[in-house]
Design a protein around this ligand. Structure first.
Ligand SMILES: *[C@@H]1O[C@H](CO)[C@@H](O)[C@H](O)[C@H]1NC(C)=O
Ligand SMILES: *[C@@H]1O[C@H](CO)[C@@H](O)[C@H](O)[C@H]1NC(C)=O
Ligand SMILES: *[C@@H]1O[C@H](CO)[C@@H](O)[C@H](O)[C@H]1NC(C)=O
Ligand SMILES: *[C@@H]1O[C@H](CO)[C@@H](O)[C@H](O)[C@H]1NC(C)=O
Length: 740
């Protein structure tokens, strides 16, 4: 993913298309609809009462070993799940068994490029536009054959199986096939984001002594340029694209590497099969480099056992998961969320269709006008998303509604309000026919943008705001389940159940781990807090990974091994002791056993007069100002107030300036103007008041930063979370000035 600032990413997943057609349908049915709904519906259907699911226990307290605290396990499955079924103890054996079980079913689907074009934007930049074809599917049986061929080919190509392979590529079917192939030879796969910077790439390849690098052909040039720094690499395998034939001939002769295409490796393997060398459950399957918020990336060692435990646990949570499901795969596979999600889908026999954030909907930036985006062709039933994408989807839809104004806006607002009341249960009777009515006349077009069949969206990677969660719930009409997990806990730690209509929580622990809260006295969080126990979140169980590669100090700091006896079931969870991971996140458990993330240890600062300020909480609140595209709140313990760096939403700020008659030469100048700063501060004060922030939590000074923060600039992670240390370093002077 290139150039994916919060805003740009949003544009890629824009829902422009749906609204114009939505408005058309409003024209036809809107007036009748509004009148009918307002008058008839409440009268007719208020008798259909909606059964509220209050009181349902989703997680229950459990006594386990290790540090004292308040521990909870999944209410339905208190016995920790370790394997999906007998004999599936590694990803390799699980995959092999699934491929046999579902051999004739569609497994991986990909779209071919039919046509390619470039259009020139208003600023003179060229944009690639694609016309993509239908999904072409390979069955589980075929994919299994290809993985076996690749595994053999890799050995025949001369890869030393005692060394590691790295995959440096965007998400695609070959990624998954290469991954499964490596695992059949017990080869550990090193992954890193395709958008990772050069230093981080060199560092991770060198640290893990990777000898074979698998990449996309478009990366070849970039790799040649840093050749002298990639000392351990001897082989390069590239995924073919339309232009690649050409590049590689030149490359083969000049790069000094043994270069081969993915297809050639498969052929090498097909001609001379090599016996597999299957791993065991404690073998390391993946070393996943995460863009840490400080310094160089850290490699997390994920074992086969971790991933099969997640698959076992999550398969029991998604109701009716099976071969009728179609999963939209477009997030980076180098991110644990997508890797875990695809592993779950493949374990259940689902069809996995590949796409990208740039081609997701008909209106996505790389889709040629008049042709179809991935979701409208695939019509997925399941998908994963990150909050940054969902937030912008919401903003995009709202902006369109706002721009349209008039009756269309009134109808949308009205329908939205009715659905919101129904979901929140403050107004009875709105589930049955009225819901159907709004879905058909107002929300269907929004839904069509994602293919119209989505029955569950999983959101992970960062906290999602309650507003966005509701919005997607209502507009897509499907549960949006928020999950919580880290690379260190192999993604799935807690997961909202599909029938839980609350927002802002992440559900009970998944059935392969326990979640424990332990006191963090310094920050004022304890498990005896009322009304809910609070504390640092500690995760223990089969999904807890083995630690950081080549970094025992850091590993010992945050992982602890303890014997763990589940008193409830009498099960000694692991005779060699169980790993607990200290997340650094602060959470609280609701009475029904659902976890809510309330803070982050690192992001709490004690101000001069002793008040604690949670930077994350304040940032989340201020984010809802429409002037803000991104921001960082900073607090200095030697002062009594906080300050903020703000990346303004450029189009909104410029529109305001135009209306207010403010003259300016360029955008940076507009950002520096006193009137602008004052206007933005006014807006911040308002949203701060709405969110009931304390006075010391409202930034006393703000600085507007004209340049957006992107992963390339190193100021946000690939998942678009801000990197405090980097931002603090880059804006050291600005921050200092605000304190004088
Ligand atoms: C590569 O790793 C070795 C140790 O394994 C280290 O001495 C060297 O400095 C590293 N090189 C780079 C470019 O990071
Ligand atoms: C390429 O592969 C051949 C045969 O496996 C091997 O002899 C040669 O050393 C390799 N070249 C490099 C640069 O590793
Ligand atoms: C292959 O390379 C030649 C010369 O470098 C170039 O003219 C041609 O367009 C290339 N073909 C493709 C398919 O990229
Ligand atoms: C698989 O590789 C791991 C290293 O990750 C090694 O410790 C283990 O012994 C290997 N297993 C087998 C069955 O060869």
């Amino acid at each position: 993913m290139k150039n994916t600032g919060a805003k740009t990413l949003a544009k890629k997943v824009d829902f422009n298309d749906y609204l114009s057609s939505f408005m058309k349908s409003c024209g036809t049915y809107g007036i009748v609809g509004a009148a009918a709904a307002a008058v008839i519906v409440p009268v007719l259907f208020s008798s259909i009462l909606m059964g509220k699911k209050k009181g349902k226990k989703r997680g229950v307290p459990v006594e386990v070993g290790g540090e004292a605290g308040y521990a909870v396990c999944n209410a339905r499955n208190p016995q920790l799940a370790q394997f999906p079924w007998e004999g599936a103890t590694t990803i390799a054996s699980l995959f092999e068994q699934c491929c046999e079980k579902y051999s004739g079913n569609p497994c991986l689907g990909t779209r071919k490029v039919i046509n390619k074009d470039f259009v020139t934007g208003s600023d003179g930049r060229k944009f690639e536009k694609l016309h993509l074809g239908d999904y072409e599917w390979q069955t589980y049986g075929q994919v299994y054959q290809r993985a076996c061929h690749f595994a053999s080919g890799l050995v025949n190509f001369g890869h030393n199986v005692d060394t590691r392979v790295a995959i440096f590529s965007e998400t695609r079917a070959e990624w998954q096939i290469a991954f499964q192939g490596c695992l059949r030879q017990n080869i550990t796969v090193v992954t890193m984001y395709a958008s990772l910077g050069e230093d981080a790439l060199i560092h991770s390849l060198n640290e893990t002594q990777v000898s074979t690098l698998i990449c996309e052909s478009k990366q070849l040039k970039k790799l040649a340029a840093i050749r002298t720094s990639l000392k351990t690499i001897t082989n390069i395998i590239y995924f073919e694209d339309d232009e690649s034939a050409n590049i590689s001939d030149l490359y083969r002769s000049t790069s000094g590497w043994n270069v081969s295409s993915f297809h050639e490796i498969e052929l090498l393997g097909e001609r001379a099969p090599v016996a597999p060398k299957l791993p065991s459950k404690d073998s390391v399957a993946v070393i996943m480099y995460t863009s840490g918020s400080t310094g160089l990336p850290k490699g997390v060692m994920i074992t086969h056992g971790n991933i099969v435990a997640i698959a076992a646990a999550v398969m029991t949570i998604i109701r009716g998961l099976g071969r009728n499901d179609v999963y939209m795969a477009y997030l980076p596979l180098a991110h644990v969320l997508e890797l875990a999600a695809e592993s779950v889908m493949l374990s259940a026999g689902c069809a996995v269709g590949y796409g990208s954030p740039l081609t997701l909907t008909d209106a996505s930036s790389k889709i040629m006008k008049g042709t179809k985006g991935d979701a409208s062709v695939l019509k997925p039933t399941l998908m994963a998303a990150v909050p940054a994408i969902l937030d912008r989807v919401r903003d995009g839809v709202l902006k369109k509604v706002e721009d349209k104004g008039g009756l269309a806006k009134k109808l949308f607002d009205f329908a939205y309000k009715r659905r919101l009341q129904a979901i929140e249960g403050s107004w009875f009777g709105a589930w049955g026919l009225e819901r159907w009515f709004w879905d058909v006349f107002v929300f269907e077009k929004v839904r069509a943008a994602l293919g119209g069949r989505v029955r569950l969206i999983l959101s992970g990677g960062a906290p999602l705001s309650g507003n966005s969660q509701r919005f997607i719930n209502i507009c897509i009409g499907a549960p949006l389940c928020q999950g919580y997990g880290l690379t260190e806990t192999c993604a799935g730690t807690a997961f909202t159940e599909w029938d839980d209509t609350t927002v802002g929580r992440v559900g009970p622990p998944v059935p392969c781990c326990y979640i424990k809260l332990v006191n963090w006295a310094e920050g004022g969080y304890t498990t005896s807090d009322k009304p809910m126990p609070r504390g640092e979140i500690v995760v223990g169980g089969f999904s807890v990974t083995s630690g950081y590669f080549n970094n025992p100090e850091k590993t010992d700091e945050v992982y602890k091994v303890e014997f763990m006896l589940c008193i409830r079931t009498g099960q000694l969870v692991d005779e060699r002791g169980m790993r607990w991971f200290y997340t650094g996140d602060i959470g609280q458990f609701h009475p029904d056993g659902c976890l809510e993330i309330i803070d982050r240890k690192k992001d709490i600062v004690k101000l001069q007069h002793g008040e604690y300020i949670s930077l994350g909480k304040v940032e989340a609140a201020l984010m809802s100002s429409h002037f803000v595209d991104n921001l960082m709140v900073h607090a200095d313990p030697f002062h009594s107030y906080c300050v903020a760096l703000i990346v303004p939403a450029r189009d909104i700020l410029e529109k305001w300036a135009q209306e207010a008659g403010i003259e300016y030469k360029d955008f940076p100048e507009l950002c520096d103007k006193a009137e602008t700063v004052s206007e933005v501060r006014k807006s911040l004060s308002k949203v701060a008041k709405d969110a009931k922030l304390d006075k010391f939590e409202v930034p006393a000074k703000v600085k507007l930063v004209a340049e957006p923060w992107t992963p390339e600039s190193g100021l946000v992670t690939a998942a678009l979370k801000i990197k405090r240390e980097q931002i603090k370093t880059k804006f050291k002077d600005e921050l200092q000035k605000m304190y004088h």
